[in-house]
Design a binder for this molecule. Structure first.
Ligand code: PLP
Length: 233
């Protein structure tokens, strides 16, 4: 098993350095531990090191872990995977955040299905910033209208935007994609000043995402080691 404590410390150090060199406060950046394919025991190890935010992609697997860890205080669950419209109810019932909303229909269902006894569900709108055919997310030019509509839903708290830019070896292209997200985000904040979240940056590109304004970085491999999908079907 990888040394989760050391890895978490290293990642936090990278975040601190990236924040410092771009003149930002470390406390403005939340580390989301992406725990897809990881066991509840591995999450518990990370929790014991102080990690509180966990991101999951696969619904069935995540519900099992949420159940197994339900006695731990302050755990905050983020859904970051693709969403089928017939699977919104368990997401609305069990998660605190959803980063992967990319159409109005999904946002409406989440709002309708959010239980009354829970606070509004925190949402980020996913943007297909690199305009990849195969990727989820709304197109940049669709974002403003969607934000207006989603912000008006009663049981949703729209927090901001999320992106997974196209993987590239070209640092300039990579930085450009994060920069376009940052611009889109600050344009939206003019009309919607409560938007406070820009979810971008993964293990390989977190420093650049932070330099361009990320407030949540989603880190899997650098915390838990390489993923093993062999037991998934
Ligand atoms: C898996 C995943 C991550 C984490 O990727 P790493 O490269 O392992 O850090 C981040 N965001 C999303 C949406 C993911 O699916």
């Amino acid at each position: 098993m990888p040394c989760i404590n050391d890895n978490l410390n290293k990642v936090q150090q990278q975040i601190d350095e990236a924040a410092k060199s771009s003149g930002r406060a470390t406390s403005d950046i939340t580390l989301l531990a992406v725990s897809k394919t990881r066991s509840a025991d591995e999450l518990r190890l990370a929790y014991d090191c102080g990690q509180r935010h966990f991101g999951e992609n696969y619904l069935q697997e995540s519900l099992e872990k949420i159940d197994a860890l339900s006695t731990l205080d302050e755990l905050c669950w983020h859904f970051i995977g693709p969403i089928q419209s017939n699977k919104t109810r368990p997401i609305a019932e069990s998660f605190h955040w959803v980063h992967s909303v990319d159409r109005l229909k999904i946002a409406r269902r989440l709002s309708e299905q959010r239980p009354e006894h829970l606070p509004p569900l925190n949402i980020c709108l996913q943007v297909n910033i690199s305009r990849e055919e195969s990727k989820a997310g709304c197109l940049p030019e669709e974002t403003a209208a969607l934000v207006d509509e989603i912000a008006a839903l009663p049981r949703i708290q729209l927090r901001g935007l999320m992106a997974i830019p196209k993987a590239t070896d070209d640092p300039e292209e990579q930085r450009n994609a994060f920069h376009r997200m940052q611009q889109l985000f600050s344009d939206l904040q003019q009309k919607h000043p409560t938007l406070d979240t820009l979810s971008m940056g993964m293990s390989g590109d977190m420093a650049m995402a932070i330099a361009e304004g990320a407030t949540i970085v989603r880190i899997g491999t650098a915390i838990f080691g390489p993923r093993d999908y062999s037991n998934k079907n």
